[in-house]
Design a protein around this ligand. Structure first.
Ligand code: HGY
Ligand code: MN
Ligand code: MN
Length: 413
């Protein structure tokens, strides 16, 4: 294979241009499922796919597929990709490096004269972020069949709008039951992503290859207390929903700190109260809790503790509790053959590589239920992510793209 030329300037331009397609002013990037910015972001990516003469299709939930046909059509494709949706107050690299970087890898392979035996397919997953419906990886869950169609249809956003409503807004056609992919529909899936943690930068290692993806869990807590006048309602008469929520948020922290595992992390990332008037005792509170560990049993130990403590708090405070677990997923083990392949490519490129666990979840977590997977990580400054100052240098991105391009060539060759 001729040497691969990664055009860093063009890739950086595309990353910077996509970053301007946001629901929030620069440097903040926000693109929520099927918002006007998300739709424009999808159109931006599709335009690049068309310029590479990739065959484009979207499924019934908006997962986007762009395929470079191989000359042996009988063989299952190799897939790569990530997401372009972004949580509120996010940065420009999370997910995007795995989409635009994969397109740059394909461009470099095409310019080198490489001809794939088996197709190479880019996937841009719908709603990797949980912002719209509270559950992450909606598109890849449905591809893997790991979210029941009934549960998907029952999802509601904060304004009680359904997936059906947003599918229509997003111009999705077809039935939800047509989304699921057969096991081994792909020969393998490799995702390029920023690490979203500090380990690679600290170790001054340019590439990470992921062996395991931690087990995420999400819980929703709805609290109904008694509202009233902040001046006239005496303290002993109160059933303050916000304070019950505050104690539960502290219980999340306590549970995560006391499992005995340093890998348990718990976050109450959403905490809303109503009516939200300074002189009115809060009658309602909603919490969205993110709980993870690399081991299911420690994650579930913490989950049980949180639920038990929440019940005790609400009993003591006379507040009604509705506790639901949106997802409590298993971790994913990456395919050792793919891990070794990526490590070997790094060696050829003289790039030191670190085997690691991903504490963030990714669409790869669910693609592991479809086919063998692994992930390629690049460092991000200070390990920062899900913030506007998230940053990976062009050098680091180009390293990741070079490793991905060669890995795809090996797998599709
Ligand atoms: O939350 C996560 O781990 C991913 O970045 N959505
Ligand atoms: Mn993210
Ligand atoms: Mn991501």
């Amino acid at each position: 294979m001729n040497p691969l030329v990664i055009n860093g300037q063009r890739l950086q331009r595309e990353i910077d241009e996509l970053a301007t397609i946001s629901e929030a002013p620069a440097p903040v990037v926000t693109r929520i499922l099927f918002s006007e910015a998300d739709l424009r972001g999808r159109a931006f990516v599709k335009k690049i796919c068309s310029s590479l003469s990739l065959k484009i299709r979207s499924d019934a939930v908006g997962n986007l597929f762009a395929r470079w046909e191989g000359f042996d059509k009988k063989l299952p494709a190799i897939a790569t990709g990530s997401h372009i949706d972004a949580i509120p107050n996010a940065g420009r690299y999370d997910g995007v490096v795995g989409v635009l970087g994969a397109l740059e890898a394909i461009r470099a392979l095409q310019s080198s004269g490489f001809k794939p035996r088996r197709a190479i397919e880019l996937i841009v997953f719908t709603a990797e972020e949980p912002t719209r419906f509270g559950i992450g990886c909606l598109g890849s869950r449905l591809l893997a069949g790991s979210l029941s169609l009934d549960k998907a249809r029952a999802l509601r956003d904060r304004d009680c709008k359904s997936l059906e409503h947003w599918r229509k807004r997003g111009g999705c056609n077809g039935r939800l039951n047509s989304v699921r992919l057969a096991r081994n529909y792909y020969a393998g899936f490799v995702e390029l992503h920023i690490e979203q943690g500090p380990l690679l930068e600290r170790a001054k290692i340019p590439i990470g290859v992921v062996e395991k993806i931690a087990a995420p869990g999400t819980m929703h807590v709805e609290l109904t207390g008694v509202g009233g006048h902040a001046g006239a309602m005496l303290m002993p008469d109160r059933h303050d929903a916000a304070l019950a929520g505050a104690e539960i948020a502290l219980a999340v922290e306590q549970a995560a700190k006391t499992t005995g595992s340093r890998d348990t992390v718990g976050t109450t990332g959403v905490f809303r109260i109503e009516p939200g008037a300074v002189n009115s005792v809060p009658c309602h509170a909603w919490l969205e809790i993110d709980l993870r560990d690399t081991q299911v049993k420690t994650r579930d130990l913490a989950l049980r503790r949180i639920k038990k403590t929440a019940m005790q708090i609400c009993k003591r405070r006379g507040v009604k509790l509705k506790f639901s677990v949106l997802n409590a997923d298993a971790p994913a083990i990456c395919d050792s053959g793919l891990v070794e392949l990526v490590a070997g490519v790094c060696q050829e490129l003289r790039l030191p590589v670190k085997r690691m666990i991903s504490r963030a979840y990714h669409d790869s977590l669910f693609m592991a239920q479809v086919c063998p997977i692994t992930m390629i990580f690049i460092p991000c400054r200070g390990g920062v992510s899900h913030r506007p100052d998230e940053y990976s240098s062009l050098r680091q991105i180009k390293n990741g793209v070079a490793v991905l391009a060669r890995t795809l060539a090996r797998l599709a060759g």
